[in-house]
Design a protein around this ligand. Structure first.
Ligand code: NAD
Length: 363
């Protein structure tokens, strides 16, 4: 018996959108908070969506493929009254994959009696997924890091990068920053981290993780704990695992010039205060990791139109949407003399509030 949730936080701007998490620590309150984050994220980057999130309290690593399929189909059946291409469109998050999205799409379609690919995004390309979706969140993190580095006068050539959480988001951002000339010096997953001050090849580390299940014991790197990794001196720190990694306790020991939040909520409010006082800029999650939901939006649009784009088109449209949002947030924070997170929230919440005002109250 497993417990699962699906939360709709806001439907003001359009159908709700948000990922599904499979993790042993999933709770109702976590899913509620993540659903709210999705509302602000979609609003910030101008998508016609409200926020939602789903989760099942389960460890997918302990399940066989057929158990995982069983769990997914039952969960999809339970939430099928809440989701639809017009009403609520789930996507992957921690512990869920394109295959799991395919099972959700298939279960929903079987109930309907016809194929409904646009009910979920992050699907495999073979069944209506979008090129560039798997890489989209990490690509957005890379774009945010690149843009922030330019504004801060930080050269990316040889810049040292530390990544906590070498999953979908962390590994893609690591590979793309490596391609821009950065030195990825440390990465980690739930079993621990690896460190080499001269730089690691993130693609080889990913292959090693694929073979062994973890980055730990990657040849040519020293082992570090996840706690030590967050305190390594570096130019760019990318927490991309789970919430609450950097707190008021360890924030004073963080030694970086820039933090880009790959994960949702990796910094606690106490950590925010410490880092703002220390003048370490933090590119907030709702901006830095919005690439995933932006390309999910493209996947939904392509599915509804039955007209599919090339990967180059997807990546170009992603940059076209993310970059103006980035500069608007930077400008807002600059004008109001507030942290970037507050600048982002002012923009995001204002858009939702304005929409509520214009729509009025029914009846
Ligand atoms: P994932 O499951 O692919 O990867 C998560 C990684 O974090 C895994 O390598 C796991 O081993 C590692 N990890 C877990 N606990 C850890 C710990 N305590 N210390 C270090 N590493 C740990 O998940 P993902 O899709 O990459 O998501 C990561 C974060 O990004 C989450 O906060 C998620 O909400 C957020 N996010 C994901 C997407 C997306 O499109 N996948 C979009 C926006 C935000």
């Amino acid at each position: 018996m497993f417990t699962g949730y699906r939360i709709h936080h806001s439907t003001v701007l359009g159908p709700t959108k948000g990922g599904i998490r499979y993790h042993p620590d999933v709770t109702l309150n976590e899913v509620r908070a993540l659903a709210m984050w999705m509302t602000w994220k979609c609003s910030l980057v101008g998508l016609p969506y409200g926020g939602a999130k789903g989760g099942v309290t389960a460890d997918p690593k302990q399940l066989s493929a057929s158990e995982l399929e069983h769990l997914t189909r039952r969960y999809a059946t339970e939430i099928s009254l809440m989701m639809s291409p017009e009403g609520d469109i789930p996507a992957p998050d921690v512990g869920t994959t394109p295959q799991i999205m395919a099972w959700i799409m298939d279960t929903y379609s079987m109930h309907r009696g016809y194929s409904t690919p646009s009910v979920v995004t992050g699907k495999p390309v073979e069944i209506g997924g979008s090129y560039g979706r798997v890489e989209a969140t990490g690509r957005g993190v890379m774009l945010a890091a690149r843009e922030a580095a330019t504004l801060l006068g930080l050269s990316l050539n040889g810049a040292s990068v530390v990544i906590q959480g070498f999953g979908n988001v962390g590994s893609v951002s690591g590979c793309l920053l490596h391609d821009l000339g950065c030195r990825v010096i440390a990465v980690s997953d739930s079993r621990g981290g690896i460190f080499n001050p001269k730089g690691l090849d993130p693609r080889e580390a990913l292959n090693h993780k694929g073979r062994t299940g973890s980055v730990v014991a990657f040849p040519g790197a020293d082992r570090v704990s996840n706690e030590e990794l967050l305190e390594l001196p570096c130019d760019i720190l990318i927490p991309s695992a789970l919430e609450g990694a950097i707190t008021g306790e360890n924030a004073p020991r963080v030694k970086t010039h820039l933090i880009v939040e790959g994960a949702n909520g990796p910094l606690t409010p106490d950590a925010d205060k410490v880092l703002y006082d220390r003048q370490i800029p933090v590119i907030p999650d709702i901006l830095a990791n919005a690439g995933g939901v932006i390309v999910s939006y493209f996947e939904w649009v392509q599915g509804l139109q039955q007209f599919f784009w090339s990967e180059e088109e997807v990546n170009a449209h992603l940059e076209r949407i993310l970059m103006p949002a980035f500069h608007q947030v930077w400008q807002m924070a600059d004008e109001r003399k507030v942290p970037l997170r507050l600048g982002a929230l002012i923009r995001a919440i204002s858009r939702v509030a304005n929409a509520i005002h214009i729509r009025g109250i029914y009846p």
